[in-house]
Design a protein around this ligand. Structure first.
Ligand SMILES: C[S@@+](CC[C@H](N)C(=O)[O-])C[C@H]1O[C@@H](n2cnc3c(N)ncnc32)[C@H](O)[C@@H]1O
Length: 275
């Protein structure tokens, strides 16, 4: 590979996924969400005492390259959790849209630390595209409590308890800045999808990437944004492996007569092109 554009984008993918470095140990408190209440209380007290001596409890969590390639872990330091294969797919969709002149902007709904959106902005920059925006849609507070009456498929969903998924807008902006990619072509849509998407200042989309994990967080995006996806545009689903998301995608495609093939990226990623 000697094309500087492809070399830059390749390095971006490896950096955004932390693929270049071994995973350093994680601060223990960042793993509290996986522990029972009692051990959280004890560990929080110990952590407080240690902090006075500028000490911290760390947990060793070595990841394999295979886990990083396939987005199989919630990383401690990477700017995205979607893994290299899904970033390759995002690059394919975005570059095809640019090359073929599919009209519209790019969006990800559910951005966490922002890595996939940062990568979309990098693709526009690398190809000298100045007339498309990257929309960055998130609550920046984690996932909502399930609305079990409206979306029975989300019954018992626990994603909202994972504080590790709540990343502030400020932090995501800082992440864009680290790569010199925060500018007027990046537009933040802060709030719950059901509130922000119906009135979002979006005319047309060429790439619609969904990563909201739940039934509600998937169907609300499809209902509000799929009609804005241009013919030939790309709809990318990150969470087809999750029951709620899968059902929302299957319901939407069935109810709207979408028969474009649902292509596989990896164990969880899927995509199709709007016919
Ligand atoms: C799994 S993370 C996204 C990972 C990210 N795409 C990446 O590249 O690593 C899910 C994100 O979706 C957001 N989210 C889920 N449901 C939402 C909703 N209904 N409204 C707003 N944000 C939501 C959460 O705040 C969280 O940041």
């Amino acid at each position: 590979m000697s094309d500087p554009i492809q070399m830059y984008l390749d390095l971006m993918k490896k950096t955004l996924t932390f693929y270049l470095w071994p995973e350093p140990p994680h601060p223990l408190e960042s793993t509290f969400y996986r522990r029972p209440q009692i051990s959280r209380v004890i560990l929080t007290s110990i952590a407080k005492v240690l902090k006075k001596f500028r000490l911290r409890l760390m947990l060793d969590r070595p990841f394999t390259q295979e886990q990083r390639e396939n987005g199989l872990v919630w990383p401690g330091y990477a700017d995205t959790m979607i893994g290299l294969k899904r970033l390759d797919n995002l690059q394919y969709c975005a570059e095809t849209a640019i090359r073929e002149g599919v009209p519209g902007d790019f969006i990800e709904t559910g951005v966490w630390r922002g890595g996939a959106c940062i990568f979309m902005r990098a693709i526009l920059k690398a190809h000298g595209v100045t007339n498309r925006k990257v929309f960055v849609a998130d609550s920046f507070e984690g996932l909502p409590k399930p609305d079990e009456e409206k979306y029975p498929a989300d019954k018992g969903d626990r994603h909202h308890t994972h504080t590790v998924l709540a990343i502030s807008q400020k932090e995501v902006e800082t992440n864009f800045s680290k790569y010199d990619l925060l500018d007027h072509q990046v537009v933040f849509l802060k709030g719950w999808f059901k509130d922000t998407l119906p009135s979002a200042p979006i005319e047309k989309l060429a790439v619609l990437r969904l990563d909201g994990d739940m039934y509600g967080s998937t169907i609300e995006v499809l209902d509000n944004l799929y009609p804005k996806l241009s013919k030939g545009g790309f709809c990318i689903i990150d969470d087809y492996a999750l029951k709620g998301c899968r059902q929302a995608v299957d319901d939407y495609r069935k109810n709207h007569g979408i028969d474009s093939p649902l292509n596989e990226v990896d164990w969880s990623g899927r995509w199709w092109r709007k016919g």
